[in-house]
Design a protein. Structure first.
Length: 352
């Protein structure tokens, strides 16, 4: 009598969890993903405003690994991603200047979340469900959500959430994995958005179609006191032309850590004011008609937290628990995908 296929639950439907799910599904293995958000995406998410879509997390991603390049090429051919930005600027002590390098950058189209929505195709995903704890009975895993509803049983559980949240789920089950999570620091980041009815003003010496700008720390100003590190124009992204003018404003990690408890409205105002301060002299920014902010409490892993780079893509235990995510490889979108993809391949290879 044949045995039923080995089932896997994946907690977290960001890019790492989805990549792991796709690798397992490609091997013909059943997978069920759970995510506390309204849909898949994690830090690749977008927010709809009246007349605009703003990206709240990653603003673009780059490619280095051949396996990820093949995946991005397929996304591009299917219309899910496009090259962006084509005009990247940088603000230094000497003012605005073009930023040029040999790195090709990509973005989801018509919004960043198009990437993770494509990854979710064909997978069973339960959204709006926060898994609060795990239980192990008779060689099987059960997942209990915020309402104490039980999901399962599963032969394996992949935890693809930030390491502090993963450590909580692992408590009482896998001490070694929990301790590994505690060694990886996840740093917070505030992201704000601003929508305008009026067009943005022209900037002297800067192309009117500038798409994104990096901001160096202000002169003689500590990073914890200088709020802003990156600004992108959402209506200048592929697939969004014709929308109203809007900005995504990403805070410095040091500033975010120093202002964790600041209210969202105050954060949004501080980041927008930080952008105003870096505009050329005499340029006035119009008042926004929509302004807000979102805190990513675990936005970016500090992969050097333990004194050396984290050099393994994932962690596993003999009891059927596994971890993947950017915390096990690096802060890039590519790192998160590779971590989940490699774990999925490893689990598939070990399945009888």
């Amino acid at each position: 009598m044949s045995q039923p296929p080995v089932s896997t639950a994946i907690i977290g439907a960001g890019i790492a969890g989805l990549a792991c799910g796709q690798a397992l599904s490609a091997a013909g293995l059943p997978v069920h993903l759970f995510d506390k958000g309204r849909g898949p995406g994690g830090r690749m998410s977008s927010r709809r405003l009246p007349g605009a879509v703003v990206d709240l997390g990653a603003q673009f991603f780059s490619v280095r690994d051949p396996a990820f390049r093949r995946r991005v090429t397929a996304w591009r051919e299917a219309g899910h991603v496009a090259s962006w930005p084509e005009t990247l600027w940088q603000v230094t002590e000497t003012g605005w200047q073009p930023h040029r390098d040999d790195v090709e950058r990509f973005i989801g189209t018509p919004r960043m979340s198009a990437v993770t929505r494509q990854l979710a195709e064909g997978l069973e995903v339960t959204s709006g469900t926060r898994i609060a704890r795990l239980e192990f009975h008779d060689g099987q895993w059960w997942l209990l959500d915020q309402d104490d509803a039980r999901h399962g049983p599963f032969a394996r559980v992949v935890i693809a959430v930030p390491t502090p949240q993963a450590a909580t789920l692992l408590a009482g089950h896998e001490t070694a994995l929990a301790e590994a999570c505690e060694a990886v620091i996840q740093r917070p980041c505030w992201t704000a958005w601003a929508r305008f009815d009026a067009p943005l003003p022209s900037l002297p010496g800067v192309d009117d179609d500038w798409q994104a700008v990096r901001l160096d720390p202000g002169h003689e100003r500590a990073p914890a006191d200088d709020p802003l590190r990156f600004v992108s124009r959402n209506d200048h992204k592929p697939g969004r032309h014709g929308q109203g003018e809007s900005l995504s404003l990403l805070a410095r990690l040091e500033w975010s850590e120093a202002h964790l408890e600041l209210g969202a409205e105050a954060v949004a105002r501080a980041l927008l004011d930080g952008f105003r301060e870096r505009l050329p002299r005499g340029v006035t920014l119009p008042e926004p008609t929509d302004l807000g902010a979102h805190l990513w409490r675990y936005a970016q892993p500090d992969v050097f937290a333990a004194g050396e780079a984290v050099n393994r893509d994932y962690r596993r235990s003999s009891a059927g628990l596994a971890l993947c995510g950017d915390g096990w490889r690096g802060p890039r979108v590519e790192d998160a995908w590779l971590s989940g993809h490699h774990l999925g391949e490893a689990l598939a290879a070990d399945t009888p």
